[in-house]
Unconditional design. Structure first.
Ligand SMILES: [Zn+2]
Length: 334
């Protein structure tokens, strides 16, 4: 087995003809059997799919130490800037747009918590709109460069921040929930922290999307091994409703995530190309030497240039049929 060239190039292969196996109780439906679907290069746990609700998870469940090993400091970038210039500017413009969308219905000066705030792109966009912003993050290294208007809590689990009950108007988990080892506990804690009628917003890759099903083991948003859970949108809604939320809307279009996901996932189906090579090429740190040949770099750039317009059209289409590659579920505390 060759060593992956970066933390994004870990290979995923389909497990053919597997039969159901006994697993820990599913956090959504409590079922204890699942079907192995994908094997991940370099680690023992495989991605299995719950026989009842379709939730993807690891079996066996990785230990906390193993999970920490999935995140070297280079994962977060080094100076609060993760991508190259133009992409970074786009990320900020898109975050401002997302914050505007997520601010609908919030009172002036509302208290907003971003769980897994990373380098604080969303916190800054919310602070710009006049909200009182709080962020939690596992890694201090991840929060370099966070806007000084934000109150930060560095904590391994949300519950360990010991935030006061019923103290937030909105809690956001923006492409974070799939990284957390205890989804059920996290939803319970979010419910406790929200004011009555408070809003919870969770954005995750959609395991039941067309992009996931068509590109299979090549799907960019599997992000192995850092995504511990893969949610079909129905399973995410069920998990939230089980814990006292009412899901009020579901959004399937993301310009930031979905078109790029199409291009990279299709490239990942080409066996001779390094997994997530295009992503690595656009990524500033963690792969200083950019280990691709000239023809590969040329191919990636052409795929980006010509693939993105088609991918935008595909992303609009899949959003219309409610099959977006990523999904944002908005729910209210009952
Ligand atoms: Zn299940």
């Amino acid at each position: 087995m060759t060593k992956p060239t970066s933390l994004y190039s870990i290979r995923v292969t389909s497990v053919e003809g597997a039969s159901p196996e006994a697993v820990d109780a599913c956090p959504v439906c409590t079922r204890t059997t699942a079907i192995p679907l994908y094997a991940i290069e370099g680690i023992e746990p495989r991605i299995v799919v719950c026989e009842e609700c379709g939730l993807g998870s690891f079996a066996p469940v990785p230990s906390p130490d193993e999970i920490r090993g999935f995140y070297p400091d280079s994962y977060y970038g080094s100076t609060g800037r993760k991508f190259e210039g133009l992409v970074e500017t786009l990320v900020r413009v898109v975050a401002a747009r997302q914050a505007r969308f997520l601010s609908r219905g919030l009172p002036a000066g509302a208290r907003v918590l971003d769980v897994g705030c990373g380098r604080g792109v969303m916190l800054r966009a919310f602070a710009d709109r006049g909200f009182e912003v709080h962020g939690t993050e596992v890694s201090e290294a991840a929060t370099l460069g966070v806007d000084p208007r934000a109150t930060l809590h560095i904590t391994p689990r949300l519950a360990d921040a010991h935030l006061p009950e019923a103290s937030f108007d909105q809690i956001v988990l923006w492409h974070v929930f799939e990284h957390l080892p205890d989804p059920q506990e996290t939803i319970k804690e979010i419910h406790r922290l929200l004011k009555p009628g408070g809003k919870c917003v969770i954005a995750v890759p959609n395991f039941s999307s067309l992009q996931s099903r068509v590109t299979g083991a090549g799907w960019f948003h599997l992000d192995p091994p850092r995504h511990l859970y893969h949610f079909p949108v129905t399973a995410l809604r069920r998990l939230m409703e089980n814990q006292g939320f009412k899901c009020t809307s579901e959004h399937h279009f993301s310009l930031r995530q979905n078109p790029f996901g199409w291009v990279q996932s299709v490239l990942n189906r080409v066996p001779s190309l390094p997994r997530n090579g295009l992503y690595v090429l656009l990524h500033r740190s963690g792969s200083v030497e950019k280990p691709f040949s000239r023809p590969q770099r040329w191919l990636f750039r052409m795929a980006f240039l010509f693939g993105m317009p088609i991918a935008v059209v595909m992303s609009v289409f899949t959003a219309l049929i409610r099959q977006g590659a990523t999904v944002t579920v908005v729910a209210r505390k009952r």
